[in-house]
Unconditional design. Structure first.
Length: 275
């Protein structure tokens, strides 16, 4: 009887924590509504382990921003966007260059994306015996992380006043999801909240995701494989955490060794973006 009570209490607490995380992730302030992009959202409001919260209006993540309207540019000016970190490959950038307000610093960080050829990726997905194999392999790769994300941290630390920074890829899911995980980890946000933020792409990117699924079906990609490719499955990001823990011993050691975040610079980062 006692064990049953403890189990029920544990489930109730777990459910409460999950509900609280959902409320945080889907806060009405999080989504930035744009005419020419989706999955554009604020990383503010998340609580940290030391009782502080990530500041609103300072760090943003997004999908492709090549089709922003003039009204969208005004919106980005209003949030004081200073730096745009583009995580896409040179091929993706050439086909759909970012549209950003005048004066915003554009930073291209293609490491790990240079050899992305979607046609070949689709073909491999069709032949894969496990539809998630290729994505898991991608998420477990740590070799390119320093070149891709250290400059992002450098630019965060260089922001002044109320300036903000955006990082994005094409869907705002994989490369952007890993970037958000590293940034939120450095800011001392707990791992379960980070996984919830990652999974939220399934909602914030829903309309464009469905359109992309239709396009993939027209190219002959198996619907199940296509959905796996575009799904923000927490297991994918969890595999990145596991790979980092296995190789470096902990996220803290990884952030110090590969992102250059010493105790001093991490304090500076937290003092700047937490309140």
């Amino acid at each position: 009887m006692k064990k049953t009570f403890i189990l029920l209490a544990s489930l109730l607490v777990s459910g409460t924590v999950s509900a609280q995380q959902d409320t945080l992730v889907y806060n009405a302030r999080r989504a930035v509504t744009l005419e020419g992009s989706s999955n554009f959202r604020d990383l503010g409001g998340y609580p940290t382990r030391d009782g502080r919260r990530v500041q609103w209006g300072r760090i943003y993540r997004s999908a492709d921003i090549s089709k922003l309207s003039d009204k969208d540019l005004k919106t980005l000016e209003a949030v004081h966007l200073a730096v745009d970190c583009d995580l896409r490959s040179p091929e993706e950038v050439q086909k759909a260059p970012d549209r950003i307000p005048t004066g915003v610093q554009y930073v291209h960080l293609p490491a790990g994306s240079e050899h992305i050829q979607m046609a070949k990726f689709y073909e491999a997905m069709q032949k894969s015996t496990r539809k998630d194999t290729l994505l898991l392999q991608t998420y477990r790769s740590t070799e390119h992380l320093k070149a891709k994300y250290k400059p992002l941290f450098d630019h965060l630390l260089s922001l002044k006043g109320n300036e903000s920074l955006l990082f994005h890829c094409t869907a705002g899911k994989d490369r952007t999801g890993i970037g958000a995980a590293l940034v939120l980890s450095a800011l001392n946000v707990d791992r379960q909240t980070i996984l919830k933020d990652y999974q939220a792409t399934n909602q914030f990117w829903k309309a464009d995701r469905e359109r992309m699924l239709q396009g993939m079906a027209q190219q002959g990609l198996n619907p199940e494989a296509a959905r796996s490719l575009l799904d923000a499955n927490p297991a994918y990001l969890e595999s990145t955490f596991q790979a980092i823990d296995q190789k470096y011993g902990s996220m803290d050691r990884f952030l110090e060794k590969e992102m250059g975040l010493t105790a001093r610079s991490r304090k500076a980062l937290r003092d700047q973006f937490l309140k």
